[in-house]
Design a protein around this ligand. Structure first.
Ligand code: KG4
Ligand code: ZN
Length: 334
């Protein structure tokens, strides 16, 4: 039995968790910086890093309160080392180093996308192999996951991520950052009456969302009186169509009937409904609990525990890596 502290600071959430290799998740906390960045329409990297510095000690104090554990009980520290905003990652990595050094315990490095993939494992058991669709503010990627650490990249977005598309279209429709929840809510009052064009994309499993975003902008300009609710619902439907089509292609090509859909955009109600409906086709669909769709440290703790059991510890000079492909990371750290 080993107790891990997990730290996640790759973007605009400061998150910490206590994760036991046998008992599972003990406690996790997330402090969102949404209000700080909202006036700017997106995450401001420097502000994000400074906010992490401000929040991290307070969050760690809170984490141990009423948890039944103390700092000295820790056996390892798991931390997101890649990918993300450089300065934001640095805060998490430096904090992990401070704790690890003080307690003489190892650091276990975790890849942020690996964390998202395993967020479903916090509440469900998934058999290997499976297809993973990661849809977040920073990423839109498809993987064939054969085992822990064996992540085969199938394709990704060539321009905007899905989350970015939601954020930008929301702004066009008068919403504030983050735009996903805004579009989701607006769509519930509208109907998908507009058929936006399907973007042409090179590569079997690649995506593109910038053309769709432009199509919405042009439509709005030419049709200022069409209800915003209908535009939102039509955009959201198109996004779901695109994601489902590509994902099903991967399921068929690799003959893997298990599908994991994760990341901030996996909170979208239309997307969840549409993917859940695929169960009727005999597919096993796994979505994380809503509170674990966005960035959190519980998922980092889960992966940290798996890696701790394999004794894959970071060297003293471990750093923050803003770009580090998941497939490569998996090979090097498993
Ligand atoms: O995973 P996440 O919290 O952070 C990254 O790692 O990027 O994802 C954030 C993204 C934002 O773009 C936000 O607009 C989107 O997730 N999002 C949603 C919903 N809730 C959050 N997108 C669509 N529908 C939602 N309900
Ligand atoms: Zn994320």
């Amino acid at each position: 039995m080993a107790l891990g502290l997990a730290i996640e600071t790759s973007c605009d959430e400061t998150a910490v968790a206590l994760y036991d290799t046998e008992k599972g998740l003990i406690k996790d906390l997330v402090l969102s910086q949404v209000k700080l960045h909202s006036p700017f329409g997106g995450v401001v990297p420097e502000l994000s890093a400074r906010e992490h510095v401000k929040s991290i000690s307070y969050l760690l104090e809170e984490l141990f309160k009423n948890s039944g554990y103390q700092f000295k009980d820790l056996d390892f520290v798991a931390v997101t080392v890649a990918p993300g905003l450089l300065l934001s990652l640095v805060v998490g990595v430096a904090s992990a180093k401070a704790v690890a050094h003080a307690l003489k315990v190892p650091i276990v490095p975790v890849h942020h996308l690996e964390g998202h993939i395993y967020s479903v494992f916090l509440t469900q058991k998934v058999e290997y192999p499976f297809i993973a669709l990661i849809v977040s503010g920073g990423h839109t990627e498809l993987y064939l996951v054969q085992d822990f650490g064996k992540y085969h990249f199938l394709g990704g977005t060539l321009d905007d991520s899905v989350g970015e598309a939601f954020d930008k279209v929301a702004r066009m429709l008068g919403g504030s950052y983050p735009g996903g929840p805004f579009i989701d809510k607006l769509s519930q009052k509208g109907k998908p009456t507009i058929t936006f064009p399907t973007p042409k994309v090179e590569g079997e499993f690649n995506f593109s969302f910038s053309g769709l975003k432009t199509a919405v902008m042009n439509f709005l300009r030419k049709n200022p009186n069409v209800p915003k609710e209908d535009i939102a619902a039509s955009f959201q439907k198109k996004v779901a169509d695109i994601l489902i089509e590509k994902t099903l292609k991967a399921v068929e090509k690799f003959n893997v009937p298990r599908l994991v859909v994760v990341g901030g955009v996996a909170a979208n109600s239309e997307l969840r409904k549409r993917f859940e409906n695929l169960k009727r086709k005999g597919l096993k669909i796994y979505l994380p609990e809503l509170k674990y769709t966005g960035d959190n440290a519980a998922m980092i703790g889960y992966v940290g525990a798996l890696r701790y059991k394999r004794r894959k510890f970071a060297p003293l000079d471990i750093n923050a890596y803003p770009n580090y492909p998941l497939e490569k990371f998996g090979k090097e750290w498993s």
